[in-house]
Ligand binder design. Structure first.
Ligand code: SAM
Length: 283
C-alpha cells in the first residue's frame, strides 16, 4: 500500500539539492547533439502548487526553495545556480514572478529541456499521483507509464538513443527499497554500461543508505560521484538530516561545477548546512 505523497515535501532542501544535480547533468548532456533517452523511475506529480493543502501543511519549501528564491540575486553569481533559478522562475504561474507559487518536480525539469531528438519516459506507480502527472502539459515526446519504475527501467534497456540518463528517486517507505534500488542499478548498468544514473537517498539517523552505497561498490561499479547536503547533525535530528545523490558515470567537470554551486547554496539554507562532494568509487 503506497501512502507517500510528494506534495507534502515539494520544494524542500532535498528537492532543491536533487534537482540542481539533475539540472547540471542535463546541461552537460545538451552540449552534444546526439540524442538522449531520459528515464524517471519515480516521477511524482510533475509540478506542485505551493498553496495546495498538503504542501501548506508541512511547509517544507519554506526551508528549501523559498530560501533560495529570496536570495536569488546573490546566488545567481554562480553560473549554474543562475540558470537553475531561471528554470525555477519559468515554472511559476506569472511571467515575471516576484513570489514563488509553484515548485517543479523532476518530470518538469526534464521535459523543459527535451529536444526534438530526445525521449523521456516517466514511471509513477501511485494511481492518484499518476493521474496528476498525466494532467500536466509536458513536451510531446513524453511517455507516461503507470507502473513500477524499477522493473520498468530494466525492461526499457537498452534504449534506441546513443545516450541514456536515469533518475531513481524513490520514497524509501519500505527499508527493502535500498536493496531493491541497488540490485536494479547493478542490472541496469549491465544492460547500459555508458548510461548516466542518478540516485537520490535520504540521510536519516538509521543510516540505511549505507547498505545501498556498499552494495553498489561491492557490485563492481566504477565512477560514482557522491554529493551530500546536510542541514542538521544526525544526533540532533530525529527525521531527515540530509540529502544524498549519487551520479554513476558523471559527465566530465560535473563534480567541480556542483561543488562550486553547492558551496554557495548551502549557507543560504542555514548555519548548520554544509555540502560534501567526493568520489564514492573512483574510475
Ligand atoms: N522524482 C520526483 C521529483 O523529483 O519531483 C519525486 C518522486 S517521490 C520522492 C517518489 C514517487 O515515487 C512517489 O510519487 C510515489 O508514488 C512513487 N513510487 C513509489 N514506488 C514506486 C515504484 N515502484 N515505481 C514508480 N513509482 C513509485
Amino acid at each position: 500500500m503506497l501512502s507517500y505523497q510528494h506534495a507534502y515535501h515539494a520544494g524542500n532542501f532535498a528537492d532543491v539539492h536533487k534537482h540542481l544535480v539533475l539540472y547540471s547533468v542535463i546541461d552537460h548532456l545538451l552540449r552534444k547533439e546526439s540524442s538522449v533517452t531520459y528515464i524517471d523511475t519515480h516521477a511524482g506529480r510533475g509540478r506542485y502548487p505551493l498553496d495546495a493543502e498538503e504542501t501548506v501543511r508541512l511547509g517544507e519549501y519554506r526551508d528549501g526553495a523559498e530560501k533560495l528564491w529570496k536570495e536569488r540575486e546573490q546566488l545567481a553569481e554562480d553560473p549554474l545556480l543562475a540558470d537553475w533559478l531561471e528554470g525555477l522562475a519559468a515554472a511559476q504561474s506569472q511571467q515575471s514572478p516576484k513570489a514563488l507559487d509553484h515548485y517543479p518536480g523532476s518530470p518538469w525539469w526534464l521535459a523543459q529541456r527535451l529536444r526534438e531528438q530526445d525521449a523521456l519516459r516517466l514511471f509513477e506507480l501511485h494511481p492518484r499521483e499518476h493521474e496528476h502527472l498525466s494532467r500536466q502539459r509536458l513536451a510531446d515526446r513524453v511517455r507516461h507509464v503507470h507502473g513500477d519504475g524499477l522493473s520498468g527501467l530494466i525492461d526499457a534497456l537498452p534504449v534506441a538513443t546513443p545516450r541514456l540518463c536515469v533518475l531513481v528517486d524513490p520514497s524509501y517507505e519500505r527499508k527493502e527499497e535500498y536493496g531493491e534500488v541497488a540490485a536494479t542499478l547493478l542490472e541496469a548498468m549491465r544492460k547500459a554500461r555508458h548510461g548516466i544514473m542518478l540516485v537520490w537517498y535520504p540521510l536519516l539517523p538509521a543510516e540505511r543508505h549505507e547498505a545501498l552505497l556498499d552494495a553498489l561498490k561491492a557490485g563492481g561499479l566504477r565512477k560514482i560521484w557522491r554529493s551530500e547536503l546536510t542541514v542538521a547533525s544526525p544526533q540532533r535530528e530525529r527525521g531527515m538530516y540530509g540529502s544524498g545523490m549519487l551520479v554513476i558515470n558523471p559527465p566530465w567537470g560535473l563534480d567541480r561545477r556542483l561543488e562550486d554551486a553547492m558551496a554557495r547554496l548551502a549557507p543560504v539554507l542555514g548555519d548548520a548546512s554544509c555540502h560534501r562532494g567526493d568520489w564514492w568509487v573512483p574510475e
